[in-house]
Design a protein around this ligand. Structure first.
Ligand SMILES: [Zn+2]
Length: 205
C-alpha cells in the first residue's frame, strides 16, 4: 500500500486570495522553557489551503460540513489526468465524457496546477472545470469531487446544490496517475461549518 499526501501544509505562509478570507496565523502560546511543553494557537479560514466546501458555503440552510456521514470521506475515486494543461483552459464536458464512463465514483481532477499554489497566478489563470463539465459530473452521480485547482463560483453552485462536497486545492497531483484510487478527504469536524481545512490522502493498492 502506498499513501500520497494531497494536502498543502497549514502554515503562516498559506495564501488567501480574497479580503474576506482571514489570514492564517500560528502563534506559540506555550514554550518548553516556561511551560515544559509547546502549544500553538491556529487561526485559519474554513476555505484556506486544502479544504472541503459544504453546501452551506453558498446555500443558506443547506447541509453543513459536520452533517455528512463520514463514509463519504473515504471513497473509491477516479483520477482524471488533464496534464499538461494550459492556463485558463476549461475542462470541458466532452473531455470528461471521454474519461468517465461509470456512475457513482468520486472524481479527482488533475491539471498540474498545484505547483502554482502560493503564486498570484494560482487563482487568476487556473484551468477551471467548466459549468457543463460540472453538470456532467452531477449526472454521473459523483459523490465527492476533488481538484488541484479552485472552482468557479458557478461550479460551486452546480455541485453544492446537489450536495456534492468540493475538495479544493489538493497538492502533489503529479504523484497521481490516471485510474482508481482510494481517496481519503477528511475535513475537520467543525460544528455548523460551511467548510473546513482537510487532510487529503490518496491510497494506492
Ligand atoms: Zn471553499
Amino acid at each position: 500500500m502506498k499513501v500520497i499526501d494531497l494536502t498543502h501544509p497549514l502554515s503562516d505562509a498559506l495564501p488567501v486570495y480574497f479580503p474576506w478570507h482571514p489570514k492564517t496565523e500560528l502563534t506559540k502560546t506555550a514554550n518548553y522553557q516556561e511551560h515544559r511543553c509547546e502549544v500553538t494557537r491556529l487561526s485559519v479560514g474554513t476555505h484556506t489551503g486544502t479544504h472541503i466546501d459544504a453546501p452551506s458555503h453558498v446555500f443558506k440552510g443547506a447541509p453543513r460540513i459536520d452533517q455528512y456521514n463520514p463514509n463519504l470521506w473515504v471513497k473509491n475515486a477516479l483520477v482524471l489526468d488533464f496534464t499538461p494543461r494550459e492556463p485558463r483552459k476549461e475542462i470541458t464536458r466532452v473531455e470528461l465524457e471521454a474519461k468517465l464512463k461509470q456512475k457513482g465514483f468520486g472524481v479527482v481532477i488533475k491539471t498540474g496546477w498545484d505547483v502554482h499554489f502560493g503564486k498570484e497566478d494560482y487563482y487568476k489563470t487556473y484551468p477551471p472545470l467548466s459549468t457543463e463539465g460540472a453538470e456532467f459530473l452531477v449526472e454521473m452521480e459523483v459523490p465527492l469531487l476533488a481538484a488541484d485547482t479552485p472552482y468557479t463560483l458557478e461550479v460551486h453552485y452546480i455541485c453544492l446544490k446537489k450536495g456534492i462536497p468540493l475538495v479544493t486545492n489538493i497538492n502533489n497531483s503529479s504523484q497521481l496517475q490516471e485510474g482508481m484510487i482510494k481517496l481519503i478527504a477528511a475535513p475537520l469536524l467543525i460544528k455548523d461549518g460551511d467548510g473546513a481545512p482537510a487532510r487529503v490522502l490518496a491510497v494506492l493498492e
